[in-house]
Design a protein around this ligand. Structure first.
Ligand SMILES: Cc1cc2nc3c(=O)[nH]c(=O)nc-3n(C[C@H](O)[C@H](O)[C@H](O)COP(=O)(O)OP(=O)(O)OC[C@H]3O[C@@H](n4cnc5c(N)ncnc54)[C@H](O)[C@@H]3O)c2cc1C
Ligand code: SF4
Length: 312
């Protein structure tokens, strides 16, 4: 940890499915890789309020865990819709939430990209931006965050446990990633050298009824164009609590407080879900090729809510 903290170009490696990929394309050129896979951070443990997942648990181990599917269905669905079985066997939970954007310009070192080379420009703003953000971007960067799991975690009040040189801290998951603003190269609130040790998921009626919908160009082995994690607590036909999170539309996993406000206290029916979907897309705008994402998001939110509310 001291080594990674002292050297800005040193990195941790877990499953290696993201960082090694980027090294092969010269997008990342760490001075040193510190292999963390021997650390005792793989356990999945229950507590009265939920489940704590060690950062080195693989995507497969979490997806296959028998009780998680009942407590956090959206989390398990998101994992099973991610990547491929081979990748899920290697990739870890900590690495998954830290993975970097799939923006093609970011991954092509001949192109300007403020995230990879600060100050060089953003080729996507006027380029091929079909995959890019419709909310939360800046004039510096309009990439999207690629993790499915991270979207589903927003339904769970998840907490990221982090170990630094001077001690531990706990970061609410909805404050873990940061928007690009003027500094697209900074993606999370982690300080240099800090290590994710675990992610804690808090169970609730909302998480139990949650549902993950992923829309993409092909049916498997593809990142989301738009995804929605929705959870509803419905009693007597009325929504008591709601969570709506979006993927594929923003540089971070995106929680829609607007949609949640439109749901709470309302009847759990198609009209309410359509109003929430409208609210979720208010303020979104495309950059040309990705204009379609606004309407797609609206439809996806309504559909995910219908599943979560049991009327699909
Ligand atoms: C072909 C392909 C398809 C894919 N499709 C999907 C998909 O559909 N959906 C999806 O969500 N993902 C997808 N992925 C991404 C995949 O899920 C990630 O590559 C994987 O989860 C990263 O985990 P890892 O353990 O391999 O991370 P690594 O590559 O080892 O690390 C990734 C980053 O995280 C840092 N890191 C790792 N662990 C920690 C830790 N504990 N604390 C602090 N920093 C840490 C590393 O330093 C590095 O910067 C795909 C990947 C590929 C190659
Ligand atoms: S969208 Fe972000 S990652 Fe893509 S080229 Fe622009 S700055 Fe780079």
């Amino acid at each position: 940890m001291a080594t990674v903290a002292a050297d800005p170009r040193a990195k941790y490696v877990a499953g290696g499915t993201n960082v090694v990929d980027l090294m092969k394309e010269y997008v990342e050129q760490p001075s040193l890789l510190v292999d963390i896979t021997a650390l005792p951070l793989r356990a999945i443990t229950h507590s009265s309020d939920g489940v704590r997942i060690g950062a080195l648990a693989t995507m497969s181990e979490v997806a296959d865990h028998p009780e998680l599917a009942a407590l956090f269905p959206a989390v398990v669905q998101a994992l099973l819709l991610s990547a491929s079985p081979q990748l899920r066997n290697m990739a870890t939970i900590g690495g998954n939430v830290m993975q970097r954007t799939r923006c093609a310009y970011f991954r092509d070192v001949s192109q300007p990209c403020n995230k990879r080379a600060p100050g060089s420009g953003c080729a996507a703003l006027r380029g091929v931006n079909r995959q890019h953000a419709v909310v939360g971007g800046s004039e510096q960067c309009i990439c999207t965050h690629p993790s499915d799991l991270a979207v589903a975690l927003l339904t769970t009040d998840a907490i990221v446990h982090v170990q630094g040189r001077t001690g531990e801290r706990r970061i609410p998951f909805d404050r873990f990633h940061v928007l690009p603003g003027a500094m697209p190269q900074r993606e999370t609130v982690l300080e240099r050298g800090e290590l994710i040790t675990a992610i804690q998921l808090l169970k609730s009626p909302v998480t139990k009824s949650s549902y993950y919908l992923k829309l993409r160009d092909r049916a498997s082995y593809e990142f989301a164009l738009v995804s929605v994690a929705a959870g509803l607590d419905v009693a007597g036909g009325t929504v008591r609590a709601a969570r709506v999170a979006l993927g594929g539309v923003a540089p971070t996993p995106w929680r829609s407080h607007e949609a949640e406000t439109a749901l709470v206290g309302q009847p759990a029916n198609a009209a309410t879900f359509a109003a929430a979907a409208q609210a979720a897309t208010r303020g979104m705008r495309g950059y040309g090729e990705n204009d379609f994402k606004v309407a797609l998001t609206r439809r996806a939110v309504a559909r995910a809510l219908a599943h979560a509310g049991g009327i699909a």
